[in-house]
Design a protein around this ligand. Structure first.
Ligand SMILES: C[S@@+](CC[C@H](N)C(=O)[O-])C[C@H]1O[C@@H](n2cnc3c(N)ncnc32)[C@H](O)[C@@H]1O
Length: 181
């Protein structure tokens, strides 16, 4: 399996800051409005940790976790989040180091299309979510849409979707998939 290398991770970090700040802000607002005090939130495929830094700034009460397959991305995320108490780990979304039923809210941005085994990842997501826990998973509209929806509905049943257009980004149309445990 290929992961983001050192140079690629640094390049992504720079591009994400330039192009995706509005998306992170929007997702952070969405999570903010759906979470109670001290909720446990995980960002799957967190990359350089930008979304977590928006969440940490907005909601210092949240217990934040982030995982990514790339150790280089996690190194950058550790620097991004140096001023916040966020638990970060190198891990595959299909093999999370978290106990069963330990997470209230799972979020992911622009990562799912890279997960090699969507069914295994979604099954793992279901394992770590608490009863009534929720997931809000954001990805490009036209990448593996049917496959993602099928994997989610097989494990969670109902899947709500929302289309988001990023006016500040020249090409991006994003789908948010929402499920609950
Ligand atoms: C395009 S980046 C998005 C990063 C971040 N979520 C963001 O929105 O800026 C995709 C990330 O997903 C991670 N990723 C891909 N497959 C993964 C897997 N199986 N488990 C965990 N992370 C994975 C990659 O290493 C990469 O950091």
């Amino acid at each position: 399996m290929t992961t983001f290398g050192y140079e690629q991770s640094l390049g992504y970090d720079r591009r994400a800051t330039r192009l995706l700040t509005g998306l992170y802000r929007r997702i952070a607002t969405d999570i903010d409005t759906r979470t109670a005090h001290s909720t446990t939130v995980i960002d799957l495929g967190t990359g350089p940790g930008k979304l977590l830094s928006h969440l940490a700034a907005r909601r210092p009460d949240l217990r934040l976790h982030g995982i990514d397959l790339s150790p280089h991305m996690i190194d950058i995320a550790r620097r991004t989040l140096a001023d916040h108490a966020v638990d970060l780990a190198v891990a595959d979304v299909a093999d999370l180091p978290h106990p069963d039923a330990s997470i209230d809210v799972a979020v992911s941005s622009l990562s799912m299309h890279e997960w090699p085994d969507l069914s295994a990842a979604v099954t793992e997501l279901r394992r770590v979510l608490r009863p009534a826990g929720i997931a809000a998973l954001y990805d490009f509209r036209f990448t593996r849409t049917h496959e993602i929806r099928r994997a989610l509905s097989t494990v969670f049943g109902a899947v709500e979707t929302e289309t988001i257009r990023l006016p500040w980004h020249p090409v991006a149309v994003i789908t948010c998939y929402r499920v609950s445990a």
